[in-house]
Design a binder for this molecule. Structure first.
Ligand SMILES: [Zn+2]
Length: 397
């Protein structure tokens, strides 16, 4: 193994310092996850940066025992429990800023593995930092400025949904409205907004949370996720009775998300009255500017590109890998978006009873900018690679 032993008690570091160093490094390099994994001979530390795991270093088992205890102490876990999985939250300060990490400890074949997810990731603070064009940001703002209606955001884990939602809430947070959220868990603390945590551990689900919140007559409600029929129904009702409701929903793209609402038993006419817009998004890694070069794509890359675009690729770029990008070939990320605004065209299509495929096709004919076309545009402009396009569009969970 080529990795250095970065974390060892034999040097100057105490377990406290090692944990500080690991979490500090993760936060500074904007990692979303830290995995501390016992292998046969040593313990490997990996971090997920820009959505992809990177090796970070190794530590001997002798150091790890105490490091693991430190993590358990931080999370108020049972230090003596070595078999059963444990989960909790850790509040941690790095460079005078507070972060929340979701920590899990679970036994694997070589010992207990620790997985830390950095929940408070101030990676992008607003729409434009996500890579959203001003014109689209204005459209989003217009759609959330009404006094009622439903605005949905969809995309897989790590697609920047939380950033979009919180940018929206911050935009609305003028001090003149009551904004209430139901989140599982609360990821960012936003001053001036009434945030409520839901989830099994707090004994509150989205539906009962929503009922409670509605009695307090808020102007804006954020519901963490619409994942069942009951939540969908009450969210729609709320959005038709003088509340602006923002939520996320599962779906490959905006059209898929709308059909998900139908699958959850929401009527077509309810969708037409309540739904304002759906924003679907992905985050793609940018090719490292320092080592980018033209290259010959593989036959399968050409095949997928051609199938998606309808024509073959011209010149394609990728990163060769260099010290600056830690040989990951990429540096930073950019958001791509698909915005389905419920206007006349969409309303007519919804009322026509069209199926998902037909709907998407008709929408495409009306000049709709889909995730596919936006992603391929990024490939054509050399911002990202075909490989990254495939990873984010097809492998995303
Ligand atoms: Zn590079």
């Amino acid at each position: 193994m080529y990795m250095e032993t970065l974390f060892s008690l034999s040097g100057m570091s105490s377990p406290v310092e090692i944990v500080d160093q690991i979490i500090g490094e993760a936060v500074r390099s904007k990692a979303s996850d830290i995995l501390i994994e016992p292998q046969e001979k040593e313990v490997v530390v990996r971090m997920r940066v820009d959505g992809v795991l990177q090796s970070f270093g190794v530590m001997p088992f002798g150091s790890y025992d105490q490091v693991l205890s430190r993590i358990k102490v931080l999370g108020n876990m049972d230090v003596t429990e070595n078999r059963k999985p444990q989960e909790s939250k850790i509040r941690f300060e790095v460079d005078d800023r507070a972060y929340v990490l979701r920590a899990a400890v679970v036994s694997t074949n070589f010992g207990q593995m620790a997985a830390l997810r950095v929940l408070d990731m101030p990676q992008f603070s607003d729409f434009s930092q996500l890579g959203m064009e001003d014109e689209l940001a204005e459209k989003v703002k217009r759609n959330i400025s009404g006094r009622y209606g439903l605005f949905l955001v969809c995309g897989p884990t790590g697609s920047g949904k939380t950033t979009t939602v919180h940018s929206s809430l911050r935009h609305l947070n003028t001090g003149e409205v009551n904004i209430m959220t139901l989140e599982d868990p609360i990821e960012y603390i936003v001053p001036g907004i009434n945030q409520i945590e839901v989830g099994e551990d707090v004994g509150l689900d989205f539906v009962s949370g929503l009922r409670t919140v509605l009695r307090l007559n808020p102007d804006v409600i954020f519901v963490g996720e619409i994942r069942d029929a009951a939540t969908a129904k009450i969210a729609i009702q709320a959005s038709l009775t003088g509340h602006l409701v923002i939520s996320t929903i599962h779906g490959r793209n905006s059209v898929g998300a709308m059909y998900r609402l139908l699958d959850l038993g929401i009527d077509r006419y309810m969708i037409n009255y309540a739904l304002r817009a759906i924003l679907a998004q992905r985050l793609m890694r940018r090719i490292c500017k320092h080592c980018q070069e033209t290259y010959k794509p593989t036959p399968s890359e050409v095949e997928i590109y051609t199938r998606e675009k309808g024509t073959g690729p011209a010149t394609l770029l990728h990163g060769r890998g260099c010290d600056l990008c830690r040989h990951s070939r990429y540096h930073g990320r950019v958001g791509i978006f698909e915005f389905l605004e419920v206007g006349e065209t969409v309303r007519n299509l919804v009322f026509s009873g069209a199926g998902e495929t037909e709907f998407a096709k008709e929408l495409g004919l009306s000049g709709f900018r889909s995730l596919t076309s936006e992603g391929l545009r990024m490939v054509d402009e050399g911002v990202t690679s075909v490989r990254e396009y495939i990873r984010t569009m097809f492998d995303a969970r």
